[in-house]
Write a protein that binds this ligand. Structure first.
Ligand SMILES: *[C@@H]1O[C@H](CO)[C@@H](O)[C@H](O)[C@H]1NC(C)=O
Ligand SMILES: *[C@@H]1O[C@H](CO)[C@@H](O)[C@H](O)[C@H]1NC(C)=O
Ligand SMILES: *[C@@H]1O[C@H](CO)[C@@H](O)[C@H](O)[C@H]1NC(C)=O
Ligand SMILES: *[C@@H]1O[C@H](CO)[C@@H](O)[C@H](O)[C@H]1NC(C)=O
Ligand SMILES: *[C@@H]1O[C@H](CO)[C@@H](O)[C@H](O)[C@H]1NC(C)=O
Ligand SMILES: *[C@@H]1O[C@H](CO)[C@@H](O)[C@H](O)[C@H]1NC(C)=O
Ligand SMILES: *[C@@H]1O[C@H](CO)[C@@H](O)[C@H](O)[C@H]1NC(C)=O
Length: 495
């Protein structure tokens, strides 16, 4: 296990100091912090204008896939308890001339795989792995034991409700790679969404029985960019082809990065209303900072106060789940510890150990080209990010106009992309309310609150969940995704 501190994305280019001092489980935080800071820095070269779908027709991008599905079948993950669903893992070439391939892990539904929908899950970062978080710590069928080599079952896996596809994206994340390393200096939202689109077209060719299946895209955090951008790309190409190339039905995004200004303002307001900063600090931030997208350089006064907040909150709280325990001992144990349904705070270390095992990589058909770096939950090799729109709200409007189902959920103990941020972002859309804010229940307990807007945008909070909602509220998050997929509103209290 890597003991040295690891700095996330873009750090070498833009920042230094305290951001580097945290532990590996903070990699997601670093990735997002770094992106935000670089977007706001004076010499930022990041393009923040609106997202554009790839314009080329992309006919030539689908490669022959015969025989690959059978080769990708995973007999068994090392240390895995017996299950009756099928699993697949392998590489899909997403750009032949660029030598880029994405690693995917696919778990078919536990039951009724022939009739349940297909759900693609994306994590954010940018640079964080859907295998590391989504599959192994959030909604996948297994989680890694504290011995770093055996697995236990997640009873509330989302493959109770769908066939679930995880992909490590973009190239440079996890096992996904580019043979031309200069690509790692040229990543960005647009090339990520193009590669995601090509990945999925080819994956469908490999698994043709899913071509007509109802398809949903879900994700969290910076996937608040990836999910809508991929959905937009799909709609765009369906329209250009004048037929349904991909049967996209809806999107589900959790604690999503969707609008930089409200995301940032909402974060400081959350800190204030959760007793993490004082009244004075809140007032100073309001007075000194302007987070609107046209402002590229904050005043020294603003930086002084926000740096102070960062210092206070950096090391001793998990800002992704403000009431959660921290990982105090990163060591693996010789015997597996007893695990509960809620994620162990050190699980990122267990997962890191597991994914870097040779027997595991062999079993899941990963790292076949013997990459020159290890597997990390969030990429250390992606060095630069070219484009990241300041808002993706126009894409959400487009989906509603095209009758896609749009659900946004929010774990309400996340301090990083908190519930206040998401509320402010949704409020910007000025949508009439269809069903008023009300509690939703699961098995008699409160799951959180839900509000439905005209045009069928549903906003759902998950009470007591951090940023990685399924890690902290596995049972309720399964109820949430099941309702999303069936289109049934969450159960309210009997009136
Ligand atoms: C492959 O990626 C390169 C950049 O790495 C890009 O210029 C090219 O257009 C891509 N090819 C296709 C077919 O999309
Ligand atoms: C990358 O290079 C390796 C080694 O030459 C090769 O086996 C692999 O097919 C290449 N990957 C892609 C996507 O071109
Ligand atoms: C699109 O397809 C429909 C039939 O599916 C056809 O009626 C229509 O003319 C087509 N539009 C264009 C622009 O090709
Ligand atoms: C940025 O735009 C906002 C309106 O969106 C405006 O109030 C503010 O003055 C602008 N700031 C700068 C520095 O141009
Ligand atoms: C973790 O393991 C290292 C090396 O084996 C040991 O020095 C250290 O004390 C252990 N840490 C804890 C908290 O047990
Ligand atoms: C791939 O395999 C090589 C050789 O075993 C190893 O050094 C490297 O850490 C692995 N990389 C990943 C991403 O798993
Ligand atoms: C919204 O949902 C209702 C009920 O599920 C459905 O009847 C209606 O067509 C949907 N409207 C839009 C715009 O999707």
């Amino acid at each position: 296990m890597k003991k040295t501190t690891i700095c996330g994305l873009l750090i070498s280019l833009f920042f230094s100091s305290f951001l580097c001092q945290s532990h590996a489980y903070n990699k997601q935080k670093q990735a997002l912090d770094n992106l935000y800071r670089s977007k706001r820095s004076i010499d930022s070269a990041i393009d923040t204008s609106h997202f554009k779908a790839p314009q080329n027709e992309m006919k030539e991008v689908v490669l022959p896939q015969e025989g690959l599905r059978e080769k990708d079948k995973i007999q068994k993950l090392p240390g895995q308890p017996l299950v009756k669903f099928d699993q697949y893992g392998g590489y899909v070439t997403v750009n032949e001339s660029g030598g880029r391939a994405f690693y995917y892990y696919f778990v078919e539904a536990d039951n009724s795989k022939g009739s349940l929908p297909l759900l693609l899950w994306l994590n954010g970062g940018p640079g964080c792995s859907s295998l590391a978080y989504g599959a192994m710590q959030e909604l996948g069928p297994f989680r890694v034991n504290s011995d770093g080599k055996t697995l236990y079952r997640n009873k509330f896996s989302w493959n109770n409700a769908a066939n679930v596809l995880f992909v490590e994206s973009p190239a440079g994340v996890g096992f996904s790679y580019s043979n031309i390393s200069s690509y790692y200096n040229n990543c960005g939202d647009e090339s990520t969404s193009e590669d995601n689109y090509v990945f999925f077209l080819n994956w469908l060719e490999r698994f043709p029985e899913y071509k007509e299946r109802d398809f949903y895209i879900a994700g969290e955090s910076y996937a608040g960019h990836y999910v809508p951008q991929l959905a937009h790309t799909i709609l765009h190409h369906n329209k250009m082809a004048n037929k349904t190339l991909i049967n996209l039905k809806g999107i589900l995004i959790g604690n999503p990065v969707i609008n930089d200004e409200t995301d940032t303002v909402g974060m400081y307001d959350y800190f204030h209303t959760h007793a993490l900063i004082s009244d004075e600090t809140r007032d100073q931030i309001r007075k000194q900072c302007d987070f609107s997208p046209n402002v590229t350089k904050q005043t020294d006064e603003c930086n002084k106060v926000t740096d102070h907040v960062d210092r206070d909150l950096d090391d001793h709280i998990d800002i992704y789940n403000i009431y959660a325990p921290l990982c105090l001992n990163q060591n693996l144990t010789s015997m597996p510890k007893r695990m509960s349904d809620v994620i162990d705070p050190c699980s990122e270390y267990y997962t890191h150990a597991y994914m870097n095992r040779e027997d595991v990589q062999e079993a899941i058909h990963a790292n076949v080209t013997k990459l020159d770096h290890d597997w990390e939950a969030c990429s250390d090799i992606i060095q630069h990010w070219l484009d990241s729109p300041s808002t993706i709200i126009p894409l959400l409007r487009e989906f509603m106009a095209n009758n896609l189902r749009v659900w946004i959920f929010s774990g309400d103990t996340d301090g990083r992309v908190p519930v206040t941020s998401t509320e402010y972002s949704i409020n910007l859309m000025n949508l009439p309310v269809k069903t008023q804010w009300r509690p939703w229940l699961h098995q008699g307990e409160m799951g959180g609150f839900a509000q439905v807007y005209e045009g069928n945008l549903t906003f759902v909070t998950v009470l007591g969940a951090g940023h990685q909602v399924p890690s902290y509220k596995p049972k309720n998050s399964l109820a949430l995704v099941t309702h999303f997929l069936t289109g049934e509103s969450l159960d309210g209290p009997r009136s």
